[in-house]
Design a protein around this ligand. Sequence first.
Ligand SMILES: NC(=O)c1ccc[n+]([C@@H]2O[C@H](COP(=O)([O-])OP(=O)(O)OC[C@H]3O[C@@H](n4cnc5c(N)ncnc54)[C@H](O)[C@@H]3O)[C@@H](O)[C@H]2O)c1
Length: 323
Amino acid sequence: MHILVTGGAGFIGGVTTEMLCSAGHSVTVLDDLSTGDRANLDARALFLEGDVGDAAFLDVLFAEHSIDAVVHFAGFIAAGESMRVPSHYLEVNTGRSLTLFAAMARHGVRKVVFSSSAGVYGEPHFTPMTETHPTVPTSVYGLSKLLVEQALVAIAAQGQLDFVALRYFNAAGGTQGHVECHQPESHLIPLALAAAAGHGPALLIFGTDYPTPDGTCIRDYVHVEDLARAHLLALSALDQGTTALVCNLGTGQGYSVTEVISTIERVTGRTVPAGVAPRRPGDPAELVAASDLAREVLGWVPERSSLEQLVTDAWDGYQTLHG
Ligand SMILES: NC(=O)c1ccc[n+]([C@@H]2O[C@H](COP(=O)([O-])OP(=O)(O)OC[C@H]3O[C@@H](n4cnc5c(N)ncnc54)[C@H](O)[C@@H]3O)[C@@H](O)[C@H]2O)c1
């Protein structure tokens, strides 16, 4: 297949592009490099620098390249930032996704795999969360993803597009060539590794008064390679006739910020200098996935997502990059 990967210069998009190329697919990456890094680009893929919200650019792209399916990663990812610039997040994540889907429709491209997020759920009513859990996002970021999912459901219901929306919980880990590194960095593990290595400021723990056993937030961390593999499975499902599917990608096992820090200290043999800051608006206490649907429908099983493995791979990548 010829796959268009939007956001392929990013962390998860870069690993997925590499896996798609290795599986023999032809890949075109569309990325505006707003937060991505050329280092994540795969030499086997064609790279086009552009914006998923640029309809004229998309028309040329789809006219000149025979695209079979789109894997849509491009977007902004920081829940905290989304509360400061809500309109911008909605315009980029939701508005530009709709521009992409309209361009696909104009050019007869039917299949799309969309990067959704655990952020669509909001505060947990029960845990682990299944896909039927109420979706009441506590961040504008989560809302921006939920609105795209709802648009996909509506378009697919009219028979005009087939989609799989994957609700990732927390992407983590790393590979030989891909280190988790966002601009600005907002994710716990890379920030904690930088603090441990003495390359970054002390880690800020946002809130120690959550209703969790140690008072810090609990998240479900998934290895980026496991996430990438789910996209290949989703593309196969679309090829075999799936028309509309929303499913979680997580491990079912949550870890608190304190537990992640202890694991990092054990794996790296270093102390993570840390301080406490107030809760960030939009951060739910606990996000843990039930991923039975992904297992049953896609045949997806996380293989590298134990906390120890994630942190080891992230630290290996960090050391390769920073020495
Ligand atoms: N990292 C996580 O834990 C996580 C969790 C849930 C969902 N997601 C979603 O997965 C996707 C990828 O996340 P990531 O961690 O790889 O982020 P990332 O920031 O590393 O990658 C995003 C990429 O999209 C590109 N991009 C942004 N806006 C664009 C636009 N308008 N046009 C073209 N390119 C654009 C950026 O340059 C970047 O290369 C995002 O949609 C994110 O919301 C990530």
